[in-house]
Design a protein around this ligand. Structure first.
Ligand code: TXA
Ligand code: MG
Length: 347
């Protein structure tokens, strides 16, 4: 049975104690972070961590992030050089996750047999109190594998009730996209995943990093178009079409055929939609905040398809576009390929 634990000012200490108890006894707890909800277990307990993989239906070769709440815990789980450590003392807590060489204490199931571990010091009061009370917590995003990450407690309950020991109900998260992952095992450091902490901010504090073109979310074989489900992540179950060219997007959503689509767009573009639309937001932070939430709204709507616009890839926009591209059934970059959308829906 899953305990749903509502947190308020009165019961916070007690609630945290209960959840930390569950973790220490080898159980699983869904908890909020500033990015998305996580599904956590004691990072030092392989049996407990195996429950995460079962609950999420996650392949065993996909390693987990270890969450810490102070620098002493960092030393329990990973090696870090002094220079970087000093910088991180000023940067953490924040949504910047580091890939580091792991210590012996981290079981194979957490690192998927690799000699590295992702370490994250989240900037969320409940998460920090929980980790303080339980020790390092291994936690991936709380969604079932391949589904959009979970950004609110209602969705956490809908998706995970019966699959975990407890779910902390703490409302909506702050950012809505996952943490940025930076590989610090070799120089120059490399961006492994675009996220809530911007590349611009990393470079202003840590220095120049290597950003692979794939950070934008296209896959290896991508040219003009990405059909098929093989590489989808974070995905709604409805087919989502991304039209990257803004003029083509506006034209498409004002056409008659777009009425079969749920339109996901900025506040500014709402006026062009001839059918039903979801306004993701007026600025890129709002759009990030609503993205996964609205993917799920699309799934619960009566529409068969979704169509979404592109956004500028600066700041958190890089992560937003990475998630949109990975979630898309088809990416249409230019005018010539618009017809391919019609082909899919007429199949
Ligand atoms: O914001 C976040 O980072 C959220 C919250 C819950 O903290 N967590 C999260 O975890 O997004 P997850 O498991 O959904 O994504 C972590 C990513 C995965 O793609 C995983 O493959 C990668 O990090 N990863 C973890 N450990 C790794 C390692 N040792 N080497 C390479 N990649 C690793
Ligand atoms: Mg995830």
């Amino acid at each position: 049975m899953t305990r749903i634990i509502h947190i308020n000012n009165q019961n916070e200490n007690y609630a945290i104690k209960v959840c930390a108890g569950i973790i220490k006894n080898g159980g699983t707890v869904v908890f909020p972070t500033e990015t998305v909800y996580g599904l956590g277990a004691d990072a030092f307990n392989p049996g407990a961590c195996s429950k995460i993989f079962i609950a999420k239906n996650r392949p065993a070769d996909n390693p987990l992030i270890v969450h810490i709440s102070n620098m002493k815990m960092l030393d329990q789980v990973a090696y870090i050089d002094d220079g970087l450590r000093k910088k991180m003392e000023n940067i953490w807590p924040s949504p910047l996750t580091l890939l580091l060489k792991k210590k012996e204490s981290i079981p194979d199931i957490v690192s998927a047999g690799l000699d590295t571990v992702c370490v994250r010091f989240p900037d969320n009061k409940i998460a920090l109190e929980l980790i303080d009370a339980s020790g390092p917590i291994a936690a991936p995003s709380a969604n079932i594998s391949t589904r959009p990450s979970i950004v609110d407690s209602e969705t956490a309950v809908e998706e995970l009730d019966g699959r975990v020991d407890a779910i902390i109900d703490a409302g909506r998260v702050r950012y809505g996209v996952e943490s940025t992952i930076l590989d610090c095992t070799a120089e120059p450091y490399r961006l492994l995943r675009a996220g809530a902490f911007s590349v611009e901010d990393i470079e202003s504090i840590i220095g120049k990093i290597y950003v692979d073109p794939l950070a934008k979310g296209y896959n290896q074989s991508d040219v003009a178009l990405t059909p098929g489900l093989k590489y989808r992540h974070y995905a709604p179950s409805k087919k989502l079409f991304l039209i990257e060219n803004e003029e083509e997007f506006k034209k498409f959503i004002s056409s008659e055929v777009s009425k079969d689509f749920m339109v996901l767009c900025s506040k500014e573009n709402e006026k062009y939609a001839s059918g039903e639309s979801i306004v993701l937001g007026g600025d890129i932070y709002e759009i990030a905040h609503n993205l996964f939430y609205d993917f799920r709204y699309l799934d619960n709507s009566g529409k068969l398809y979704g169509v979404i616009q592109a956004f500028p890839e600066t700041g958190i926009g890089l992560a937003v576009m990475n998630r949109i591209r990975k979630a898309s059934f088809m990416i249409v970059k230019d005018k010539e390929n618009i017809d391919k959308i019609y082909r899919v829906i007429n199949e």
